[in-house]
Design a protein around this ligand. Structure first.
Ligand code: AMP
Length: 280
């Protein structure tokens, strides 16, 4: 695996691959890699001839009081994992300047109204920051395809919209959520959970699944949201939101045959967890 940490080296290397006709896939991450991230690398591997993973903790997507400083940094272990998964290139920019140069050009890149609901409502500006880094990585790499996890459903939706507008030839692949055996969606932030919380955390997914069953009986979104919220609170989760939406992040009608998504964010102690489930 080739490891690059400057924009110049990265661009030169990507150009070399392109001149050889390689099909390039990009897997952007913030590191502290787990099996969820590695599943994206595997998907990318199957669909392209060269896989690039990026590790960059993007300061623009963290709020003032969020965990940018304490976000887990585990580069050596991450490199070992990527090597084992036959990743071809790791781009780990050594500073913010290796990603954002013409920062002013990005002022107009906004996530818009659908970036201000759900997680965007509790994390103002978060998705603008996400779109800016992903835009820059797309711009630097011009990959043929890029893989993102459905676990971050709203993020994936917004990236798809941005890519459609600015990188119409780029294919965005959605990857299923990888979970622990107990159902908890893998996340780099799970490493913040203490001994007690790690036992409670799997209930998050179970309560959401139970909520979907409840909806099938009640046929009433409001009632089910109350039911899920009460159940989460009973188990010490602080509820940020519980919401039923369409795959386009629009309001759902009750008897629709459309694909439905249950999305939720909670806090357990100091740790924010998000999850979502698609159902019919
Ligand atoms: P992050 O490092 O949290 O920015 O995530 C990098 C990529 O990995 C994003 O596309 C995430 O949606 C994806 N990802 C994170 N957790 C999971 C998971 N449990 N299963 C599948 N993909 C995931």
């Amino acid at each position: 695996m080739i490891i690059l940490d400057t924009k110049e080296d990265y661009k030169n290397h990507v150009n070399l691959l392109k001149s050889k006709g390689e099909i390039i896939s990009l897997v952007p991450t913030m590191g502290n890699l787990h099996d969820g991230h590695l599943s994206l690398v595997e998907i990318a591997k199957k669909k392209s001839s060269k896989v690039i993973t990026t590790i960059f903790i993007n300061p623009l997507q963290f709020g003032k009081n969020e965990d940018f400083a304490s976000y887990p940094r585990t580069m050596d272990q991450d490199i070992d994992k990527l090597k084992k998964h036959n990743c071809d290139i790791l781009f780990a920019p050594k500073s913010k300047n290796e990603v954002f140069n013409k920062f002013d050009d990005l002022k107009n890149l906004k996530a818009g109204p659908k970036g201000n609901i759900l997680c965007g409502k509790i994390r103002p500006g978060h998705f603008d920051g996400v779109l800016k880094v992903v835009y820059m990585l797309f711009q630097l790499t011009k990959p043929n395809l890029s893989v993102f996890g459905l676990k971050d459903f709203q993020q994936l939706y917004l990236i798809k919209q941005m890519a459609k507008k600015y990188f119409p030839k780029l294919k965005i692949i959605s990857a299923p959520t990888i979970r622990s055996n107990n159902g908890l969606a893998l996340s780099s932030r799970n490493s913040y959970l203490d001994e007690t919380s790690i036992k409670i955390a799997p209930l998050f997914y179970k309560i959401l699944l139970d909520g979907i069953n409840n909806l099938k009986n009640s046929n009433n979104f409001e009632q089910t949201i109350k039911y899920i919220t009460a159940n989460l609170e009973k188990n010490r989760f602080l509820v940020n939101y519980v919401s039923f939406m369409t795959a386009e992040l629009d309001k759902l009608k009750i008897n629709t045959s459309e694909k439905k998504i249950l999305l939720s964010s909670v806090k357990l102690g100091q740790t924010r967890l998000i999850d979502n489930i698609e159902f019919n």
